[in-house]
Design a protein around this ligand. Structure first.
Ligand code: 2P0
Length: 311
C-alpha cells in the first residue's frame, strides 16, 4: 500500500474560468498559499477492479475515475483501490479537490512507479482539478502560463502568514466549481474584465509578497476575491455562495484592519471565510471571528508543505 498526504491551498489571486482548450487550463494566472492543519490522506493498493472510497464511504466519482483513465492513456496502471480521507468538510469551499487530486497524483506516481517530478505531477494534477496543481508545492505558489504547472515563488519561511478559517456551514455546495466557472464564462457581463485585469492582480500580489508588504497584499487579495464573487453573482443563474455569517465575518475583518490589525479576508466557492493575518494578529482575529453567531468553528493554519509520500 502507498500513502500520500496533501494540504488544501487558499488562492490570494483567484482562478475562476477555463480556457476553451483541452487540458483544464485556467483563464487567469493565480497564486496561493498552502495550509498546514487541513489534510487529505490518500492510500492506494492493487485491487481486482477500481474502487474509490471517500471518508470511509464507497463513492462513484467521475472526476476521479476520469482522471485515472486519462493517466492510463500514457501509463500502465493496474486496477487500484483509492481510499481518501479529509480532516475537514468536503466540497464546502475548503479546496478539498485541490488536496485530493494532489495527494492522489503523488500516491499513484509512487505506487505505479511513474517516475514524475513535482512539476510534471503538478501538470497532471491540474487536469484533475486546476487548484490541485498548486497543492503539489508548499509556501507561496503560482500557477501561470505558458506551462501551467505550479511553481513555488517563495518558501513559508520567507513570510510565514497565518490563516484563520471560519466555518459558517458544513453543507456541500450547491454548484460545483467547474460548472459554476462555465456558467460565469458564458453569462457574466463582467467575465471579460475579470480575465483581462487578472495579470495586474497577479503582478501586484507577487510584488507584495517579495517585499512582505501586508497592506498591498491585503488590497489586491480582497480585490481579486470580490471581483471573482462579482462575476459569480452576475452569472445566470446566479452563483451566490455566501451566507449571512460570511458577510459578518468580512465586516469584522474590515473593522479589525481599520483598527490596525494585520488581517484581510478571502472567500472561495463556498460560505467559509479565510482570514489571512500576521502571526502576531492571530489570537485577536480568531477571538473576533469566534464571537460571531453562526460561525460554527474556527481552524488556525500556518503555511504548509507540498504533497508528499508518508509511511
Ligand atoms: C481558487 N477556486 O483559485 C478558486 C477560487 C474556487 C474559487 O480553484 O474545475 O476545484 O476542478 O479545475 O480547482 C476551485 O476550482 O476547479 C478553485 P476545477 P477547482 O482556489
Amino acid at each position: 500500500m502507498t500513502r500520500a498526504i496533501a494540504h488544501p491551498n487558499i488562492a490570494l489571486v483567484k482562478y475562476w474560468g477555463k480556457q476553451e482548450k483541452p487540458g483544464n487550463l485556467p483563464a487567469t494566472p493565480n497564486l496561493s498559499i498552502t495550509l498546514d492543519s487541513l489534510t487529505t490522506q490518500t492510500s492506494i493498493e492493487d485491487y481486482e477492479c477500481d474502487e474509490i472510497w471517500l471518508n470511509n464511504t464507497q463513492v462513484q466519482d467521475t472526476k476521479i475515475s476520469t482522471f485515472v483513465d486519462t493517466l492510463r492513456k500514457d501509463f500502465d496502471i493496474s486496477p487500484i483501490k483509492i481510499d481518501s480521507e479529509n480532516n475537514f468538510p468536503t466540497s464546502a469551499g475548503l479546496a478539498s479537490s485541490a488536496s485530493g487530486f494532489a495527494a492522489l497524483m503523488t500516491a499513484i506516481n509512487q505506487h505505479a512507479n511513474l517516475g514524475m517530478d513535482a512539476e510534471l505531477m503538478s501538470q497532471w494534477a491540474r487536469q484533475g482539478s486546476a487548484s490541485a496543481a498548486r497543492s503539489m508545492f508548499g509556501g507561496f505558489v503560482a500557477l501561470l502560463p505558458p506551462m501551467w504547472c505550479a511553481q513555488n515563488i517563495a518558501p513559508s519561511s520567507h513570510w510565514p502568514l497565518n490563516t484563520v478559517v471560519a466555518i459558517t456551514s458544513k453543507h456541500v455546495k450547491a454548484v460545483a466549481s467547474s460548472q459554476g466557472m462555465e456558467q460565469s464564462r458564458l453569462t457574466s457581463p463582467f467575465y471579460k474584465t475579470w480575465v483581462s485585469s487578472s495579470g495586474d492582480d497577479f503582478a501586484n500580489a507577487t510584488h507584495a509578497i517579495a517585499n512582505k508588504d501586508f497592506e498591498q497584499l491585503a488590497v489586491v487579495a480582497e480585490l481579486s476575491c470580490l471581483k471573482m464573487h462579482s462575476v459569480m453573482l452576475t452569472s445566470h443563474p446566479t452563483l451566490a455562495y455566501w451566507n449571512s455569517a460570511t458577510i459578518e465575518c468580512m465586516q469584522v475583518i474590515r473593522q479589525l484592519r481599520d483598527q490596525g490589525t494585520a488581517v484581510f479576508f478571502t472567500v472561495d466557492a463556498g460560505p467559509q471565510v479565510k482570514a489571512i493575518c500576521l502571526p502576531s494578529a492571530r489570537k485577536t482575529v480568531q477571538g473576533a471571528l469566534d464571537k460571531i453567531p453562526n460561525v460554527l468553528e474556527t481552524i488556525c493554519c500556518a503555511m504548509g508543505e507540498g504533497a508528499r509520500i508518508i509511511p
